[in-house]
Design a protein around this ligand. Structure first.
Ligand code: UFG
Length: 341
């Protein structure tokens, strides 16, 4: 059987690198393009150490349209593209909206054009539960209304889905699945790849692990007056390896022509929400390390609570998140410790 060839944009990033490993372990041949703006070339070595296979790597920016077209033309064709490459810092997107619209949307347009020109007809897109805004009804299903995004970043994900939908409508050969991720945390069990925040982490889990190891003095818990049991905000945290595996399932669905429409959307979460305090307490219990934390005002743009109804993914994709909050925490902590070795 011919080995299927998959192009992963943003494949040296956090979710991308974990997905590359799962792809290789599922027998796919992987090529990565990444501009390394928020990742490190050493990740390619780490991937090789885990899987025993070196992915093809090219440093390439999706905004470099000519470079991208040349890349596609010089390669044998790809069976599918998994598109991660994008900026993702919510706060930064509020400060620099044009940077976000340009990078995330122009990058997608160039990629779709290169795919169409080269008859690459399958795309898995990295979307986010941020497209739901603050839902009125919880948990959110794929049919929940898309409320105005809280940030330009979130808006780029919503608009990107619309661009993909319109493009699949206009090109019947093009098929796409969009995965709406909830909050990915944790790291590969090898502790050889994980989340590498640039500077001060924005996200909760890396901030917790950096506080625990002494890189940060104190964790700010943003808001204790939300309408939740303990007053802190609730999210659906999902282990990054469970999330990576969802891409393999989506990919196989595309390759086996099992899709029911040209553009399908799936929620990828656990279906269980945890408050910020519950995550801190779980970290302390799992590791035996006390976190220095204090309440701070709410963070601008944060929603109060969200968690997924993933039953459609469970049934139709036959995918389910398996890993517990404790496994997320332990793997994130092992990764943090490995960075100090
Ligand atoms: N939080 C803190 N202190 C921190 C960091 C975070 O209390 O130092 C809180 C936040 O206020 C929020 C929760 O922890 O209530 C989770 O925050 P994250 O920044 O980890 O995650 P977000 O839910 O804000 O954002 C994440 C991704 C986005 C994605 C979004 C979808 O970072 O890319 O989920 O909801 F769009």
């Amino acid at each position: 059987m011919n080995q299927k060839r998959i192009l992963v944009t943003g494949g040296t990033g956090y979710i991308g690198s974990h997905t590359v490993v799962e792809l290789q372990q599922s027998g796919f041949e992987v090529s990565i393009i990444d501009n390394l703006s928020n990742s490190n070339i050493a990740v390619v070595d780490q991937i090789e150490k885990i899987s025993g296979i070196r992915p093809n790597f090219s440093k390439l920016d999706l905004l470099n349209k000519k470079g991208l077209f040349d890349y596609f033309e010089n390669k044998e064709t790809f069976d599918c593209v998994i598109h991660f490459a994008a900026f993702k810092a919510v706060g930064e997107s509020v400060e620099k909206p044009l940077l976000y619209y340009k990078n995330n949307l122009m990058g997608l347009l160039n990629l779709l054009q290169a795919m169409l020109a080269n008859k690459v007809n399958n795309l898995v897109f990295s979307s986010s539960c941020t497209v739901y805004g603050q839902p009125e009804k919880l948990p959110v299903t794929e049919a929940s209304p898309l409320l105005p995004a809280n940030s330009p970043y979130g808006n780029t994900k919503r608009i990107a889905e619309e661009i993909i939908r319109d493009t699949t409508n206009a090109n019947s050969d093009l098929h796409s699945i969009s995965l709406r991720y909830f909050n990915p945390v944790g790291a590969h069990e090898s502790a050889m790849i994980g989340e590498l925040p640039n500077g001060i982490p924005n996200n909760l889990m890396p901030f917790i692990t950096q506080t625990a190891i002494g890189k940060r003095e104190i964790l700010n818990v943003f808001g204790n007056d939300y309408h939740t049991a303990d007053g802190t905000a609730i999210r659906d945290y999902i282990h990054v390896v469970d999330l990576a595996k969802a891409h393999i399932v989506a990919l196989n669905r595309l390759l086996n022509n099992e899709i029911k429409s040209n553009f399908e959307i799936f929620n990828i979460g656990t279906g269980r929400g945890y408050s910020v305090l519950e995550v801190i307490n779980a970290f302390e219990k799992s590791t035996g390390i006390n976190i220095n934390w204090k309440y701070s005002p709410r963070r601008a743009g944060d929603i109060e609570q969200i968690w997924a109804d993933s039953s459609i993914s469970n049934q139709i994709l036959n995918w389910k998140a398996n890993k517990s909050l404790e496994e997320m925490i332990i793997s994130a902590w092992e990764w943090e410790k490995s960075l100090s070795k």
